[in-house]
Design a protein around this ligand. Structure first.
Ligand SMILES: Nc1ncnc2c1ncn2[C@@H]1O[C@H](COP(=O)(O)OP(=O)(O)OP(=O)(O)O)[C@@H](O)[C@H]1O
Ligand SMILES: [Mg+2]
Length: 185
C-alpha cells in the first residue's frame, strides 16, 4: 500500500475550509470519513467514498473509534477532522497525535482542519507529519507564529473562498490559487 500523505487545512473563519475539506471527502479514492464536532448523526459504513461521523460526544473517543476501525481495513482510509483544535492536538496527546506519527504506513491519511494552527503548537512535531498544508483565504496577524515556524511568511495568500496547496519544503512550493466548490457550500 502506498504511504498516505497527511494534510493540514488552515485559514481564518468563514474562508471556506470546511467546504474544501468536503471537496477532499468527495474526491478521495478510497473510504473517507468526515468528522465534525457539530451535530449528532453517527453513520459509519463500509462503502466508499462517503462515510460520515458527526459527534456530540467526546471528540477524541469518537476519533479513536474511527481510527481503530480504519486500522482494521485493507483499503486506504482518509479521516478528516474538522475543528481539530477541539481534540487532544491542543495539548499534544490523543488519537490524532498517535495517528499522525504511526498511521502513514497503514494507509490512513489524516486531514486536519483548523482556524488557528498556533492552538496546536503543543503538537508541532506531530504536525510536521503533514507534508501538505492547504491555506484557505487571507492570512491574519494571529497566524504569524505558525507562518514563521514553517517559513511561509513571504508567500502570497489567496482571497476568501480560494485556497493554495503548500509543500513546506525550503523554499516552500506553492500551487494555486484554486476556488472552493460553490456547489458544496
Ligand atoms: N466558493 C464559494 N462560493 C460561495 N460561498 C462559499 C464558497 N465557499 C464557501 N462558501 C460559503 O462560505 C461560508 C463559510 O465556508 P466554510 O464553512 O467552509 O468556512 P470555514 O473556513 O470552515 O469557517 P469556520 O472557520 O467558521 O469553520 C459557508 O456558508 C459556505 O457555504
Ligand atoms: Mg469550518
Amino acid at each position: 500500500m502506498v504511504d498516505a500523505t497527511h494534510a493540514l487545512i488552515a485559514g481564518s473563519s468563514g474562508s471556506g475550509k470546511t467546504v474544501l475539506s468536503r471537496m477532499m471527502h468527495t474526491d478521495f479514492s478510497g473510504i473517507s470519513v468526515f468528522m465534525t464536532p457539530k451535530g449528532s448523526e453517527s453513520v459509519l459504513t463500509d462503502s466508499p467514498p462517503a462515510s460520515i461521523i458527526r459527534t456530540n460526544a467526546d471528540y477524541d473517543s469518537d476519533i479513536k473509534r474511527v481510527r481503530d476501525w480504519a486500522k482494521a481495513r485493507s483499503e486506504k482510509v482518509q479521516i478528516i477532522v474538522d475543528e481539530c483544535q477541539m481534540t487532544g492536538l491542543s495539548d499534544g496527546s490523543g488519537p490524532v497525535v498517535d495517528g499522525l506519527h504511526l498511521d502513514r504506513d497503514d494507509g490512513i491519511k489524516w486531514v486536519l482542519v483548523t482556524q488557528s494552527p498556533q492552538d496546536l503548537r503543543a503538537s508541532y512535531s506531530a504536525l510536521q507529519q503533514c507534508k501538505r498544508i492547504y491555506w484557505v483565504g487571507p492570512a491574519r496577524t494571529f497566524h504569524s507564529g505558525f507562518l514563521r515556524y514553517y517559513k511561509l511568511s513571504d508567500i502570497d495568500f489567496p482571497n476568501r473562498f480560494e485556497w493554495i496547496r503548500i509543500t513546506p519544503s525550503l523554499p516552500p512550493v506553492v500551487e494555486g490559487p484554486f476556488m472552493t466548490d460553490e456547489a458544496l457550500a
